[in-house]
Design a protein around this ligand. Sequence first.
Ligand SMILES: [Zn+2]
Length: 293
Amino acid sequence: MALYQDLTKPAAKGPGGRPACVLLDQVTVYTRLVASNKLVYRCLGAPMGCTKNYPVNRDKDRVLKHASTCQYLPQELRQAVNSSQAQQAPSVLVEKLAANPSAVASSRRDGRIEVFLGPQKPSGTPASQPTPGDASQPSVQEIAKKEGKKQLRVKLDSAIVNLICVGGIPPRVADLDEWKTAWTTANSAYQPASRSTIEDVHIPSEASAVDEKQLDFLRTQSNLTISFDGGTLKSTQANTTIHVITEDRRVFFFDGIDSTGFSHTGDYYYECLVNVCAHPQRSDCRCHSLSQL
Ligand SMILES: [Zn+2]
């Protein structure tokens, strides 16, 4: 923490601008780098050892992507970030559209898609109804066409993130002209998401959605077994993987923890696993180290 001199976040300059994201201010702290005098936002987990910091115009998606997996943040905060992220997962947007015929797919300023459950955006001004002969108003056909394009995009975004994750395809493929040409040739109404959107929004939010579903299922199960194992990557980065096994022997990958720089003692593993037990909110968990089996 000697690296930083924490400051009070400056007040917003007048009305307007994007609505504040409460989570963003909960997981970052406005600060000054002592060495360079540069103003940045640091991760809230810096006192615990996190070294992540962001420029003052921090990108919401990148901050929340880090916060959803930062092991130095309080468990409840990580959970809140994950729940928020899960709502924007491509597969969840598809489910919302399928389950609610009145749901509206809306484009954000940055070109990404959100789905609202209702005929209007919650914060939007109700659209005036077109009157016959009013050339300034879009026709019903134009509105339907626009809405159809957004729904197509939601569905294809979800299909692509599944293809990339299940196929182990590096997201950099989305930057290739050949990739873009393939999709726009198949349907000129669809512009595929960029690599940064796939990496910073689609995949992390989809992972959060899978986590939520997995937790919902595990909370219904009894006699859970938690297994853990330590390992080292080629980059010499140490990691601990944690799996949860149900009574009928279904195995769920639960977490991968960066263990670099930590002594892998019993106390360390206890700290890792006690958080896992808190997740399913069950007391009937047993733990086994794979290295001792
Ligand atoms: Zn962090």
